[in-house]
Design a protein around this ligand. Structure first.
Ligand code: UT7
Length: 370
C-alpha cells in the first residue's frame, strides 16, 4: 500500500522589527510608490542583532509541533532549507535538532528559495519509503545580513523569517500527490552571494568589492520565475491527472507580486485562488512558501480535501512545485475504500471462477481417461 506524508502541523516566526518602505526612503534613493508598484512590498521584518537562523527556525518548529500535537522527542527527521545558516560549518539544523532533545537525523538543503520545497519532497520520500514515521521541514532565511543597504536594487526586496511544517506518515491520500523539481546551474550568477565559500576563501577584499552581499540580475530572474511558475505548475497538475479548475489555491514563492500576477494570468487562474502576503514580509527566500502556507491555513483559505499548489523558484537556479492534498479526506477515503473492496472482490470472484473452470476441466479429463 502506498504511504503518504500528511502535513499535520504548521508554524511560522518573523522578527519583531518592521522596516517599511517609508523607512527605506530615508536610507536610499527610492520611494514607496516604486517599491509598491514594482514588487507589491510594503514592509519586511529584520532580525535583531545576534538573532540567527536557528533561533527563528526553532520558534517556527515549536509552533508546528504544537499544532501537530507531536512531542519534540518523538521527531524522527529534521530538514532545514536555508542559504543563511548560523555558521558556515556545521549546519544550523544541528542546533534545531539539539533543541528537540532527540538524536534524530538532521540535514540542511541549500537550494536558494526552493530550500523548503526540496526539503518537503525529500521528507515525503523518507516517509513514503517507511524510513521514518514523521519529519519536520523548515524554511528559514536571514537575507538582511547579506544586503548592501546602499544598493536600492536589492535592499528593498528581501526580509527575514521562518516557516515550518510537520509531516506524518499515513495510508490516506494526503500531502504531496505530484511534484516536479529541477535545477539549472548555468544561471548561478543571476542570484549569488560570492564570498566566503571555498572558492573565495576568507578574503577581507570581499568587503571592498561588495562580494559579501547578495547580487541579483533582476530582469533575468524575473523572466525565469514567470516561465518556471507557469510551465512547472501545468506539468504538476497534469501529472496528478487533474486540471487547473481542480486546484483550490496556489501558494507561490513570494518574490514579486508582478511575477505572481503574470503567472496567474498565463495559467488563467483568478487572483482569488492565489495566496499573496509579500506586502507584509518581502521576499523571505526559503521561508516564503511555508510562511504563506501557515497564513493561508490560519485565514481559513485552506480546508480539508483542498488541492493546493506550492510553487517555488529561485537561486541556483532551482524550481520545485508540489500539488498537495490538504488534511485527511474522509469522503475520498471511504470512496477509495469502497472501490478497493469492490475491485478486490471482483478479483477474488475472477480467481474463484478460474479455479472452478480448471477443476471442472480436470474432472472432465479424469472422467474421460477412466
Ligand atoms: O527569490 C528569488 C527570485 N527573485 C526574483 O524572482 C526577483 C525577480 N526580479 C524582480 O522582481 C525585478 O526584476 C526587480 C523588482 C528586482 C526589479 O524590477 P524591474 O522592473 O525589473 O526594474 P529594473 O531593475 O529594470 O529597474 C528599472 C529602473 C532602473 O532605473 P533606470 O535605469 O531605468 O533609470 C533602476 O535603477 O528602476 C530603478 N530602480 C529603482 N528605483 C527606485 C531599481 N530599484 C529601485 C528602487 N527604487 N528600489
Amino acid at each position: 500500500m502506498q504511504r503518504y506524508a500528511q502535513i499535520t502541523g504548521w508554524g511560522m516566526y518573523v522578527p519583531e522589527r518592521r522596516l517599511t518602505n517609508q523607512d527605506l526612503e530615508k536610507m536610499v534613493d527610492t520611494s514607496d510608490e516604486w517599491i509598491t508598484s514594482r514588487t507589491g512590498i510594503k514592509e519586511r521584518r529584520i532580525v535583531a542583532p545576534g538573532e540567527a537562523c536557528s533561533d527563528l527556525s526553532i520558534k517556527a518548529m515549536d509552533q508546528a509541533l504544537a499544532v501537530a500535537g507531536l512531542a519534540p522527542t518523538d521527531v524522527e527527521l529534521v530538514i532545514l532549507g536555508t542559504s543563511t545558516p548560523d555558521y558556515l560549518m556545521p549546519g544550523a539544523v544541528f542546533l534545531v535538532q539539539d533543541h528537540l532533545g532527540v538524536r534524530c537525523p538532521a540535514f540542511e538543503i541549500r537550494a536558494g528559495c526552493c530550500g523548503f520545497m526540496y526539503g518537503l519532497v525529500a521528507a515525503t520520500q523518507f516517509l513514503a519509503a517507511g524510513a521514518c514515521r514523521n519529519a519536520v521541514v523548515i524554511g528559514t532565511e536571514i537575507i538582511s545580513t547579506y544586503l548592501d543597504w546602499t544598493d536600492r536594487n536589492t535592499c528593498v526586496l528581501f526580509g527575514d523569517g521562518s516557516g515550518a511544517v510537520v509531516l506524518e506518515a499515513t495510508d490516506t491520500p494526503s500531502g504531496i500527490l505530484s511534484y516536479e523539481m529541477g535545477a539549472d546551474g548555468s544561471g548561478l550568477d543571476w542570484l549569488v552571494i560570492p564570498a566566503f565559500g571555498s572558492r573565495y576563501g576568507v578574503d577581507p577584499k570581499a568587503f571592498e568589492t561588495g562580494d559579501v552581499y547578495i547580487h541579483m540580475q533582476g530582469k533575468k530572474v524575473f523572466r525565469f520565475a514567470v516561465e518556471s511558475m507557469v510551465e512547472v505548475t501545468r506539468r504538476v497538475v497534469y501529472k496528478a491527472g487533474l486540471t487547473m479548475d481542480d486546484i483550490d489555491l496556489i501558494i507561490p514563492h513570494q518574490a514579486n507580486a508582478r511575477i505572481i500576477e503574470y503567472a496567474a494570468k498565463m495559467l488563467r487562474v483568478p487572483m482569488e485562488k492565489v495566496y499573496v502576503n509579500i506586502d507584509r514580509y518581502g521576499n523571505t527566500s526559503a521561508a516564503s512558501i511555508p510562511m504563506a502556507l501557515v497564513e493561508a491555513v490560519q485565514e481559513g483559505r485552506v480546508k480539508d480535501g483542498d488541492k493546493v499548489i506550492l510553487n517555488g523558484f529561485g537561486a541556483g537556479l532551482t524550481w520545485a512545485t508540489t500539488l498537495v492534498q490538504w488534511g485527511k479526506v474522509e469522503a475520498q477515503m471511504l470512496e477509495a475504500g469502497f472501490w478497493q473492496t469492490v475491485l478486490g472482490q471482483a478479483r477474488q470472484v475472477n480467481a474463484r471462477a478460474r479455479d472452478l473452470v480448471s477443476n471442472v476441466s480436470m474432472l472432465i479429463a479424469a472422467a474421460r481417461s477412466s
